[in-house]
Design a protein around this ligand. Structure first.
Ligand SMILES: [Zn+2]
Length: 199
């Protein structure tokens, strides 16, 4: 608990009332309010993210029941993000590693147990997208993106003229999944030659 003291008058006031019955009543009231705040905070508990160096480390803690149900497990080095459903980490990333695959629940998370794990899955997915990990169940075809400024499009075709033109501003290109390109706000290039993209 802390007391907000913004200037010397507040400090003087706090000192004067600290030992009085009124001061104690005020303190008691404040403690009651804080306890109530704490309870409602727990009821609306947001999933926390736990970072691990390896998936084995994560599973060890899960086995010890040390990670709260619904929390998110992140193993950046292995490209894994999962959320805990009871005692099972369920991956949202295409890469599942030793965790349960994304379809382990057997139905969409919105329909599973009245959607109890919806926030957890959303948080896990948000983390995965932020880190650029492919999301399970989403198209992962590779597309091409120019490196540098003035990018508005992604290109399924590696030989698209728009991809390689304007040499002055050309800084090379990179390959990302289509989902990642869309996540960056890029649109599919209208000039790209039609045809199947190389996987
Ligand atoms: Zn193009």
């Amino acid at each position: 608990m802390s007391q907000d003291i913004t200037d010397t008058r507040d400090l003087d006031h706090a000192r004067r009332y600290a030992g009085t019955a009124l001061g104690r009543a005020a303190l008691s009231f404040q403690l009651t309010v804080e306890a109530a705040d704490h309870r409602s905070a727990q009821e609306e508990r947001k999933p926390k993210v736990h970072r691990f160096a390896t998936s084995a480390d994560a599973l060890a803690l899960v086995d010890q029941d040390a990670i709260p149900d619904g929390d998110v497990i992140l193993v950046e080095a292995e490209g894994l993000v999962a959320y805990l459903v009871g005692i099972w980490p369920v991956a949202v990333t295409a890469e599942g590693g030793p965790f349960k695959p994304h379809d382990y629940l057997g139905r969409p998370v919105t329909e599973y147990a009245d959607g109890s794990w919806v926030d957890s899955a959303a948080k896990a997915e948000e983390m995965a997208r932020f880190l650029g990990f492919p999301i399970a169940g989403e198209p992962t075809r590779t597309v091409h993106v120019r490196i540098g400024t003035h990018r508005t499009s992604y290109h399924p075709a590696a030989d698209c003229p728009a991809l390689n033109g304007k040499r002055a501003t050309y800084r090379g290109q990179e390959q990302v999944t289509e989902a990642q390109a869309q996540e960056r706000g890029l649109k599919r290039c209208a000039r790209c030659p039609e045809g199947p993209a190389k996987p």
